[in-house]
Design a protein around this ligand. Structure first.
Ligand code: DCP
Ligand code: MG
Length: 357
């Protein structure tokens, strides 16, 4: 039986801003792009959430909901530094730390000597140490596996702890909506709900054959999760699957020519970002285009990602799939082993919400 802790900082970027400027305490603030130039909200504090402001919302809409909202530009270097400080605290308790982003991580504390081996007490220790030494609050979930720990950490947010003991797993999953399961996005959620499966209790009773037919290999995996079973280990070295850069333009680019003009700069930026990853095998080049009606399309092809021309062709194909003014362009590479490449076409997808996250 493993003991997993999932830790997630509360309104992370906003918390760091308040840490550095205590006068912001109690004031509704957000971090993001300015409302005048189509910026979006990265996050906001809980005072702003009370007005309905949310991550990934256009800043202009956030301003309408909360006219006194203070929108600060992001300072990623500072967030990375605070993230390092927090992760150092995690490592006092175990070497098995898997960061998922700057503000969240899984810890496997099975068999650790600290706190007489109590994962709950380790989680409380960590929460107290982060508050005392770093000055921000974090929420934690403790459970026998990653999936349950991650859900548990949301339960008492902000500044809370929720523990799912092994004997409580059965009751805990029963009422859990299937869309909370790891790997279930909008499309899978719709398929499940189309089969009448709303909660994990429903999924437990579903015909495994039907699940396999509708969901492929995802079927058995989700069925296992619905019983609270998840064997994924905490992976110390998180392996990045892709690197990309993208840009939303202040004004839509009306033509393919206009798009082609901005491509070299994006390509250079991506190459720069890739320098850190040069030992990895690049398998594919990717171009993403988002149109002014918020539809988006991705084109990719087998490539070592070094040749600019490949991106030019992908951009042309992507543009022609929509043939509309372009709001955003992204370029990237995918790493990987020698795998079977799936069909190169990605359907024109709707809506924006699914990619903003
Ligand atoms: N983030 C972002 N854009 C998003 C979501 C998040 O830039 N659409 C950034 C800002 C967040 C950080 O990632 O501070 C961590 O994301 P979380 O989802 O954990 O959100 P918060 O930590 O801000 O809030 P919560 O208290 O809900 O965890
Ligand atoms: Mg967070």
């Amino acid at each position: 039986m493993r003991k997993i802790i999932h830790v997630d900082c509360d309104c992370f970027y906003a918390a760091v801003e308040t840490l550095d400027n205590p006068r912001l305490q109690g004031v509704p603030i957000a971090v993001g792009g300015p409302a005048q130039s189509r910026g979006v909200i990265a996050t906001c504090n809980y005072e702003a959430r009370a007005f309905g402001v949310r991550s990934a919302m256009p800043s202009s809409q956030a301003r309408r909901l909360c006219p006194s909202l203070l929108i600060l530009p992001p300072r990623f270097d500072r967030y990375r530094a605070v993230s390092q400080q927090v992760q150092e605290i995690f490592r006092r308790y175990t070497d098995l730390v898997e960061p998922l982003s700057l503000d969240e991580a899984y810890l496997d504390v099975s068999g650790q000597p600290h706190c007489h081996g109590s994962a709950t007490r380790i989680a409380e220790d960590i929460r107290a140490a982060v508050k005392r030494e770093v000055g921000i609050t974090v929420s934690a979930g403790v459970a026998p596996n990653k999936f349950l720990a991650k859900i548990a950490s949301e339960w008492r947010k902000p500044d809370g702890l929720f523990v799912v003991r092994p004997e409580q797993v059965g009751d805990f999953v029963k009422t859990l909506p299937v869309r909370k399961l790891h790997g279930v996005g909008k499309v899978t959620a719709q398929k499940l709900e189309g089969m009448g499966l709303i909660t994990c209790a429903d999924l437990q009773l579903a015909d495994p054959e039907a699940l396999l037919r509708t969901l492929g290999s995802m079927g058995p995996y989700l069925r296992a999760l619905s019983f609270g079973v998840d064997d994924r280990p905490v992976q110390v070295e998180y392996e990045r699957k892709s690197v990309s850069v993208e840009h939303t333009f202040a004004r839509d680019l009306p033509t393919l020519d206009a798009c082609s003009l901005v491509l070299p700069a994006l390509f250079q930026q991506m190459r720069k970002r890739l320098q850190k990853h040069d030992t990895r095998l690049i398998r594919k080049a990717i171009v993403k285009v988002k149109f002014n009606d918020f539809t988006h399309t991705t084109r990719e092809c087998r490539s070592d990602g070094q040749a600019f021309d490949v991106y030019g062709s992908l951009l042309k194909e992507a543009f022609e799939r929509g043939n509309k003014p372009v709001r955003l362009i992204g370029v990237g590479v995918r790493f990987g082993e020698d795998e079977v490449i799936e069909t190169p076409w990605t359907q024109l997808a709707l809506p924006l919400g699914s990619i903003a996250a």
